[in-house]
Design a protein around this ligand. Sequence first.
Ligand code: TXA
Ligand code: MG
Length: 331
Amino acid sequence: MNQSHPDFELNTAQIQALESAVKLLKAGKLVAIPTETVYGLAANAFDEAAVRSIYDTKGRPSNNPLIVHIKHADELRAIGKNIPDMAWNLAARFWPGPLTMIVEKSDKISDLVSANYSTVAVRMPAHPLTLALLHSLDFPLVAPSANRSNHISPTKPEHVRDSLGTKTPFILDGGACQKGLESTIIGFENNGQDVVLYRQGALSEEELELFIGKPLIYRSEETKQSQSPGSSRKHYSPNTPLILVDDINQHLEKGHNRVGYLVLKNEWNFSPPNKVIALSPEKNLEEAASKLYDALHALDQSDLDLIVAQSMPNVGLGKSINDRLKRAAER
Ligand code: TXA
Ligand code: MG
């Protein structure tokens, strides 16, 4: 097996773990893989039975298509067709990285992967272990986030175990995910001239627009929903009720026994039994994004009656965080 990725030296334990992951994936089994965004539940994209077991393991509705993970932008040629120039430009600029592109699918992609859509979602992840894994395989990997459907996405191996329980597959341990929010999903319209935003994510809208040189197109919630089920309103939910508020001051001690506050910076004097998690004392939204799901997992396991989350400034990754918090607040 090709044991190294050009930019990355693997230690012995990592090489052994990679070898196990390769064996399992070749045998049609699932493996939880680290990416820079969140952990994915991976299978051979060309093995129908393996892909089917992803849906079973997550309890995922079969109308929710999967993202195909590739090791090199060139692979887009085999997986998609009629790829717009803009897609190649975006791949050259943002891959490997947290950008998923939806293109017309080729015959290589089964209807199971695309959930009967004529399109397929593709991205090249940036985690060195998973890139090394992909370089050791002669097939791409489909990988949704490695959590039970509709629950909080995993950014650490223990989140995968907590969410999937006895269904947890072998986990390729790549530590905590660096970005901590799912990839941004875009598609193309008007012969590839227009870029449509389907899911806000770890690549900010501003950064994308700066590169594209014109505004992204936003779809109404209804269209988005039918196009990208990850944008369904309720998603990313903790079990504990969560409310999203602009002003924490108006939501202090409202008769609940134990409240967990999720804030950017702790500017209040919360006292036990209440709990507070500050996402970034420096008010850095990248840092806040990287810690968001870990904080939600922690609050959800703290036996609280309510989680009060503060909305983030509506710029950069603050928009993506707010998007996830809104969905987490849906009941
Ligand atoms: O960061 C990520 O994207 C992570 C890591 C593991 O790569 N994956 C992830 O996958 O978030 P998942 O399955 O949890 O979310 C994929 C989203 C879903 O909302 C799905 O509806 C959308 O991608 N999607 C996939 N194929 C699509 C298509 N052909 N058209 C529209 N939306 C699509
Ligand atoms: Mg997901």
